[in-house]
Design a protein around this ligand. Structure first.
Ligand code: OSB
Ligand code: MG
Length: 368
């Protein structure tokens, strides 16, 4: 397919509820949105870096410059037979996986549309829905219990509690006492160190499905020491950027579960390679999220149809996050099952252009 032009913009959507995690509080979701155009079709991708480097190193201003000045000029005006032909352009550049991912995601959508089949079909996934749970931000115990009750009442298949130093054992204890049988996990977003091993060991008593990313984003080695000291599985998120990272983590015993976010790992080729590596180690994976709008959520749902995504993902109903989404189709889960969107080929959702205009700035055209 010939990529004739690209449209890059920054979108900002207010969040219905501030989302609090160990590294900070989000009150709005701001993200670059990329549309690749060719042969009368449009492929769309949503990037997951934040305005500031609070989750990983990339930032929106850095990514916009890299996309506008470097990556998109290498792609616009060229013909590609498949997404694999993008790799020689993307691979030589160091890091910047979130910026690479948005290009890759838009391209896979465009490619699936050019073949007139759903994205899940080009990825190799099956099924019409994926199992999902909720990710609950840090809040006082009473508020957290209310949110858990609501998630359980809505049939979500897993509840993930964000934790941080001083906001951990007590909250897990209270939720576990109220809901002895639910599938429960915690996510520390890197807030702990080796000195906190006693706290992590205290969490070992609550039958958690896993403890997500307790230690630093750039650490795998010490996670192996913590995993050896726990019954509960460790799940890595921030620390896994590639299939090589996944292999090293699984060989070292640093985790038994991996959270795959297509936007974090450089795109679908890398996400699938991580998925396959984990399958070879008999390590289950699940599809994480970054509070994406409907475009990123649709990509995540299609990815989660691959066979080794055996644990519930984070792609809960969009209405939990936003009053209004930038797509026309509601992405709503019922009883913890999120239908794979099928309004047309590719990602199966369409942009609400009128609303998108009102929440966009910095619209740039490359090659138009
Ligand atoms: O660590 O998974 C994370 C949101 C923002 C940044 C990091 C994370 C998260 C979530 C929310 O847990 C997942 C979602 O609901 O999209
Ligand atoms: Mg996480």
């Amino acid at each position: 397919i010939l990529i004739e032009s690209a449209e890059l913009r920054i979108v900002s959507l207010p969040l219905l509820t501030p989302f609090v995690i160990s590294t900070g509080t989000m009150t709005a979701k701001t993200f670059p949105l990329l549309v690749l155009k060719g042969e009368g079709l449009e492929g769309i991708g949503e990037a997951v870096m934040d305005p500031a480097p609070d989750y990983l190193e990339e930032t929106i201003p850095g990514a916009m410059a890299f996309l506008r000045d470097v990556l998109l000029p290498q792609i616009v005006g060229k013909r590609f037979a498949s997404p694999y032909e993008l790799q020689p352009i993307l691979a030589p550049w160091r890091g910047n996986r979130m910026a690479k991912a948005v290009v890759e995601m838009a391209f896979w959508d465009l490619w699936a549309k050019s073949l007139n089949i759903p994205l899940k079909a080009v990825l190799g996934g099956v099924g019409d829905s994926v199992d999902v749970g909720v990710s609950l931000g840090i809040a006082p115990v009473e508020k957290t219990l209310e949110r858990v009750d609501e998630a359980v009442a809505n049939g979500y298949k897993r509840t993930k509690l964000k934790i941080a130093q001083g906001h951990d054992v007590k909250i897990v204890e209270a939720v576990r006492a109220r809901h002895p049988a639910i599938k429960l996990t915690v996510d520390a977003n890197t807030d702990y160190g080796m000195a906190d091993l006693p706290v992590l060991q205290a969490l070992d008593d609550f039958r958690l499905d896993y403890i997500e990313q307790p230690l630093a984003y750039d650490d795998i080695h010490d996670h192996a020491k913590v995993q050896a000291a726990l019954k509960t599985a460790i799940c890595l998120d921030e620390s896994i950027r590639s299939a090589k990272d996944a292999r090293i983590a699984l060989e070292l015993g640093a985790a038994r579960v991996i959270n795959i976010k297509v936007g974090r790992v450089g795109g679908f080729a890398s996400a699938r390679a991580i998925h396959d590596t984990c399958a070879a180690f008999d390590a289950p994976v699940w599809c994480g999220g970054m509070l994406e709008s409907g475009i990123g959520r649709a990509h995540n749902i299609h990815l989660a149809t691959l066979a080794n995504f055996t644990k519930p993902g984070d792609t809960s109903s969009a209405s939990r996050y936003f009053k209004r989404d930038i797509i026309n189709e509601p992405l709503e889960a019922t009883n913890g099952e999120m239908p794979v969107p099928t309004n047309g080929p590719g990602i199966g959702v369409t942009l609400d252009q009128g609303f998108l205009k009102t929440v966009s700035d910095h619209v740039e055209e490359i090659g138009a």
